[in-house]
Design a protein around this ligand. Structure first.
Ligand SMILES: Cc1ncc(C[n+]2csc(CCOP(=O)(O)OP(=O)(O)O)c2C)c(N)n1
Ligand SMILES: O=C1C[C@@H](O)[C@H](O)[C@@H](O)C1=O
Ligand SMILES: [Mg+2]
Length: 636
């Protein structure tokens, strides 16, 4: 047996360089690069190995572990899960900072390799700096917090363990049914320990992302269900996007007159202008999609997890009438809502179904076009909303009286409604730009209003809705699409939570654009509390003496070296975007918007926990309403 003597970290980097993926006849390296923040837990191990020979890996220094991990996740999502970045951190807080990002990757089924440093396997220096030290077990370290948020988790306490561990990690990351974060915690002393690794371990390894075909039983069952239905609706989920099912979806939809409705992850698989695309489904959905879903006697869920947002907490459908047909690579997902299950690749399944549906046409007739037209008129209304200081009726009604809205208009020096601002951005950016968002009120506005005219240009992380993903993720998208513009759509709350990778983007000349919607508060949470009977409690950004905070975010970004703009009218916003397009450096456009001017729900309901007993009539009413609504919801 031929062996090569390497440290564990050197072996790891050598192995990463040899992993390839094979998809639809094409073969390419699976690991693009590695994000790092070095500390004593990794600098002398992985740091040394990378300095000695990084191979083809692009090495990028991050600024916050969660931030760089989010960039890696966004890169992988943007590459349809066919390429990843690895992420190396130090021990203790460095690894703990990965937890929110790991949750993000897991909830969204995104492959990413996390390599946090860990305590000493030898335990000689215990407690090493940043070791938490449990009295009941020395085996428990901070790295354990990543177990519930990893698809695969391991700890390396001897160099040779790395071989079986890495093979498992790559098997998981390259399986579309299981894709998610693989976490390998590396004892910091072991990273530098040498071992005689079998040379064969480092040979080129190809991971095949084959499209799983449906069985005849599954196909016949699915075709029968569709042909028996009068009004089927197709939910386009993230799995449809990853499977690249656009063309066959459009063909089937057009030929059989089946409406398409989208989840956040599935949006932009098919462009907004397609005649049967009714847009977002559920809590943050369009009236058109929600009405179509209610009429449906068959829901064809393609690559969807059926989250509460997609199903309006299981009230979006007429469960007495509707049957479910789920096409999903994951058995777990296919089982949901008592569906007929097709556990297979979306594109392959639809292509095989196509000839079996010859002659079939739904009974939707002209309804789809009518629903689309009504929504288009509503979208236009939302575009034209203008503030006035006497009797303004915002979309989120009866929360703030006119005096408070005027107070915001004065404090932020703006009369801009969020819906008008958002649609101005939609009209002005180049259609092949990618937009990214994750949390706050913007995901709702985007799912309803954003028209993606070029496929695969809408990147929403709404599996975990993790504040801070927007700007970090924009960097990941730019690494995936270097020739296109990317716009991070971010609220002031999300910006404040995490924007460290804006600096990384500037540092590495990876141009991103940040459009910051500043309503001086956690706007959507204020909406949530006030629409359930509470007061406005700790969701506005006010000082101890109740003054509205007016932060100069443009100045913050200017300090980092970004080109910045301050706007509060449609004209200024358009001009800023046009100028931003000409820049080589990253930009930030600060848009001051009025609270309560985002979109409200359309024929949807969200089951949130409401106090069963309280001293407020509004809360008691909200509780009663919830109990009533729950009676109409499917229970599981
Ligand atoms: C990491 C994280 N913490 C908390 C939340 C809960 N949360 C969701 S939206 C939100 C406020 C967002 O405020 P902002 O970004 O200003 O958006 P707005 O709703 O005002 O548009 C909070 C606290 C979250 N989604 N992610
Ligand atoms: O709690 C939340 C409420 C949603 O409206 C928001 O979009 C999401 O970010 C969230 O976490
Ligand atoms: Mg806000």
């Amino acid at each position: 047996m031929k062996t090569v003597r390497l440290t564990a970290a050197q072996a790891l980097i050598k192995f990463l360089n040899q992993q390839y993926i094979h998809v639809d006849g094409q073969e390419f390296p699976f690991v693009e690069g590695i994000f790092n923040i070095f500390g004593h837990g990794n600098v002398l191990g992985i740091g040394q190995a990378l300095e000695q020979d990084a191979g083809h890996l692009k090495v990028i220094q991050g600024k916050n572990e969660q931030g760089m991990a989010h960039a890696a996740i966004a890169f992988s999502k943007e590459m349809f899960r066919q390429k990843i970045y690895a992420v190396t951190t130090s021990v203790g807080p460095g690894s703990a900072n990965l937890a929110a990002a790991a949750g993000t990757a897991l909830a969204n089924n995104i492959p990413v390799l996390f390599l946090p440093g860990d305590t000493f396997a030898s335990r000689q220096p215990d407690p090493v700096l940043q070791q938490v030290e449990h009295e009941h077990s020395l085996a428990v370290t901070t790295g354990d917090v990543l177990k519930p948020v990893s698809r695969y988790w391991d700890r390396i306490t001897r160099p040779e363990q790395l071989m079986s561990s890495l093979i498992r990690a790559f098997e998981v990351m390259t399986d579309p049914a299981k894709a998610g974060p693989a976490t390998i915690c590396l004892s910091q002393d072991v990273e530098g320990e040498a071992y005689d690794f079998e040379e064969k371990f480092f040979e080129k390894r190809v991971h095949y992302l084959d499209r799983k075909a449906p069985t005849d039983r599954e196909l016949n069952g699915a075709a029968d269900l569709i042909k028996q239905s009068k009004k089927p609706v197709i939910i386009v989920g993230g799995g449809a996007k990853y499977s690249r099912a656009r063309d066959i979806l459009m063909t089937l939809s057009e030929k059989h007159n089946i409406p398409l409705v989208e989840t956040q992850a599935g949006k932009s698989t098919v462009e907004a202008g397609f005649k049967n695309n009714l847009g977002g489904l559920g809590i943050t959905g369009t009236l058109a999609a929600n009405k179509a879903a209610r009429q449906a006697d068959l829901i064809i869920g393609i690559g969807t997890r059926y989250t509460d947002f997609a199903t309006s907490s299981k009230t979006a459908f007429d469960f007495d009438k509707a049957k479910f047909l789920n096409i999903n690579v994951s058995r777990m997902q296919a089982y949901k809502l008592d569906a007929f299950q097709v556990v297979a690749d979306a594109k392959t399944t639809l292509e095989k179904l196509a000839p079996m549906l010859e002659g079939y046409v739904t009974e939707f007739g002209s309804t789809i076009a009518e629903l689309k037209e009504i929504w288009s008129i509503e979208r236009d209304r939302l575009r034209k909303i203008e503030f006035n200081r006497e009797n303004f009726d915002p979309e989120i009604k009866n929360h703030f009286p006119q005096e408070v809205l005027n107070e915001y208009a004065d404090a932020l020096n703006t009369e801009f409604a969020q819906t008008a601002a958002l649609l101005t951005v939609n009209e002005t950016v180049d259609p092949d730009s990618t937009i990214i968002c994750a949390a706050g009120s913007l995901p709702g506005d985007l799912q309803r209003l954003w028209n993606s005219e070029v496929p695969d240009t809408y990147h929403l992380e709404y599996g975990y809705s993790c504040m801070g993903y927007e700007i970090s993720g924009a960097l990941g998208i730019k690494l995936a699409k270097p020739d296109k513009e990317v716009y991070a759509m971010v609220g002031d709350g999300s910006f404040l939570m995490l924007h460290s990778e804006l600096i990384t983007a500037i540092q590495y000349h990876q141009k991103i654009n940040v459009v910051l919607f500043d309503n001086s508060g956690f706007g959507c949470i204020s909406n949530l509390q006030m629409s359930h009977g509470s007061g406005s409690y700790f969701c506005e950004f006010r000082t101890h003496d109740h003054q509205i905070l007016n932060i100069d975010y443009a100045k913050v970004a200017e300090g980092y070296g970004a080109r910045t703009y301050r706007v509060n009218t449609p004209e200024e916003l358009k001009a800023a975007i046009e100028d931003a397009k000409k820049q080589d450096v990253s930009t930030l456009i600060e848009v001051k918007v009025l609270p309560k001017t985002m979109t409200d729900g359309y024929a949807s309901w969200w089951n949130v926990g409401v106090a069963e007993v309280s001293n407020k009539e509004g809360i008691q009413k909200a509780y009663q309403l919830r109990q009533e609504k729950l009676k109409t919801a499917k229970q599981y």
